[in-house]
Design a protein around this ligand. Structure first.
Ligand code: HEM
Length: 470
């Protein structure tokens, strides 16, 4: 009898435990979205990598619809591929979803950088970062960006170059210019060298043992912080704190009762911005060079638009901010490149509590991934999505279907600068140079953003002067 009662008691406790878990996990009877979670722990990671991740997500969407679950990289995830769901997560209910990154990346960039935060600290930093990338702030650096573009193009003339690597160099210089202004930083070779080491370790295995790339990168990261602290101290000493560039903005952060940012907070955010600015812009520029070469009619149309701007100037006339606002076709080429290449296929968030979306449960702690690529390649929103056709942007896309710079609280504060530096480079490249792709130009590699294989080697030459245009 005693045995029977004990057995019954154990069964009852087990039943109650299961009931409580189910009740907690499924508030008001909600179900998880459709999909499959694969094997314990590894989930569907192998399937994702055995195909191209973009093919994996597209086939899941075809099978399960616009919201589905999976389990990748050790995490249960909800994928979303409808404009409304993307808006729900990134904009309307953004407070329910926090940004999430691997700890090793946080340590490498700097844990106090704005990407990793939400709430008051994020809002404060975002204001400081945004104000140095507003049109009013960046219009004054058009001549400096132009001289960086001209210097880069001159150095490429007559050579075969790795387009992606050269675009990285250009985007890096523009990022430093917007952060430190034109005078301060171009002679800081130590800063550049340390940054290159950090960059190399960023995508390596996070094994912090002597000799590993990760270990070297962490040491270089420490050195980078020291260099930035010196630059900040020098600015304080010579009274240049009031500059309009990003460093100036971060240094003028004292606001009412809020203490000024510490040097460490400033350094984390500067390194974060360099990371956010360089490979993104360089990948898009590389795709522009490829798409224009592959579509001679658009290359001709862009060249005609840019030559009209050159013709209206003296032979050595410089580009102005107003000129860059008068390049509609080139802007559409950039938009179409951002859509076709969708260099950020998705972003990551994490539910901070159980969330209901359209009757489905998004459990607390699960990752949520808005799939930008699936939106940008949906035939419903972009007919014939694999075709490069900048004219499709003559009509604005439907709301929340085109978000190459994200949306909502964490959307890209550098988007105006990115577009500006692309327009300036394309202006001089199309009016003064011609280029041919070396090799087949086919194939994609991930660095980690998608770029044409081998960085798109091109042979680039100066055009002959015709009617004073060269
Ligand atoms: C074509 C080039 C670029 C693309 C496609 C791009 C794309 C994006 C996207 C999609 C996000 C949002 C990520 C998310 O919601 O999780 C983002 C955030 C960000 N981007 Fe960009 N970006 C580009 C260039 C730049 C540049 C040039 C800068 C700075 C000068 C920059 C600085 C940032 C920063 C600081 C954030 C984080 C904002 C926050 O968390 O509040 N980006 N970018």
């Amino acid at each position: 009898m005693m045995m029977f009662l004990a057995g019954f008691g154990i069964l009852l406790v087990a039943f109650l435990a299961v009931a409580v878990r189910l009740w907690r996990g499924k508030p008001s009877g909600m179900n998880l979205p459709p999909g499959s979670l694969g094997w314990p722990y590894i989930g569907e990671t192998l399937q994702m990598y055995s195909q191209n991740p973009n093919v994996f997500f597209a086939s899941k969407q075809t099978r399960y619809g616009n919201i589905f679950k999976t389990h990748i990289l050790g995490c249960p995830c909800i994928m979303i591929a409808s404009p409304e769901a993307a808006r729900f997560v990134l904009v309307n209910q953004a407070h329910l979803f926090k940004p999430t990154f691997p700890k090793s990346k946080e340590r490498m960039i700097g844990p106090q950088a704005l990407f990793f935060h939400q709430g008051d600290y994020h809002a404060r930093l975002r204001k400081l970062v945004q104000r140095s990338f507003l049109p009013e702030a960046i219009r004054s650096i058009v001549p400096d960006i132009e001289s960086l573009a001209l210097r880069a193009l001159d150095s490429w003339e007559g050579n075969t170059i790795n387009t992606f690597q050269e675009m990285k160099r250009y985007a890096f210089q523009v990022a430093l210019l917007s952060i430190f202004g034109p005078d301060e930083v171009f002679d800081r070779e130590d800063l550049k060298q340390s940054y290159y080491v950090v960059e190399k370790g960023y995508n390596s295995m996070p094994i912090n043992l002597p000799g590993t790339l990760f270990n070297k990168a962490m040491k270089a990261r420490k050195h980078l912080s020291e260099i930035l602290t010196q630059i900040i101290a020098a600015r304080r000493a010579n009274g240049k704190v009031m500059n309009k560039d990003l460093l100036g903005s971060l240094m003028q952060s004292k606001d009412g009762n809020l203490q000024a940012l510490t040097d460490e907070q400033i350094a984390d955010n500067i390194i974060g911005v360099i990371f956010a600015a360089q490979d993104t812009t360089a990948s898009v520029l590389t795709w522009i060079v490829k798409y224009l070469r592959d579509h001679p009619s658009f290359l001709q149309a862009v060249t005609t638009e840019q030559e009209a701007i050159r013709r209206a100037k003296d032979s050595d006339g410089h580009l102005t901010w107003e000129d860059t606002k008068n390049m509609p076709l080139t802007c559409r080429v950039i938009q179409e490149t951002l859509r076709m290449a969708t260099i950020l296929s998705f972003t990551f968030r994490e539910a901070v509590q159980d969330v209901e979306y359209k009757g489905y449960l998004i459990p607390k702690g699960w990752k949520v991934m808005p799939l930008f690529r699936n939106l940008h390649h949906s035939p419903e929103f972009f007919p014939d999505p694999q075709k490069f056709d900048p004219t499709r942007f003559e009509v604005p896309p439907k709301p929340n279907t085109f978000m190459p710079f994200g949306s909502g609280a964490h959307s890209c504060p550098g988007n105006e600068l990115a577009k500006l530096e692309m327009l300036i480079l394309v202006h001089h490249m199309t009016t003064k140079f011609r280029w041919d792709i070396v090799g087949t130009g086919s194939g994609i590699q991930y660095c980690p953003f998608p770029v044409p294989k081998d960085g798109l080697p091109i042979k680039i030459n100066r055009k002959k002067c015709v009617h004073g245009l060269c």
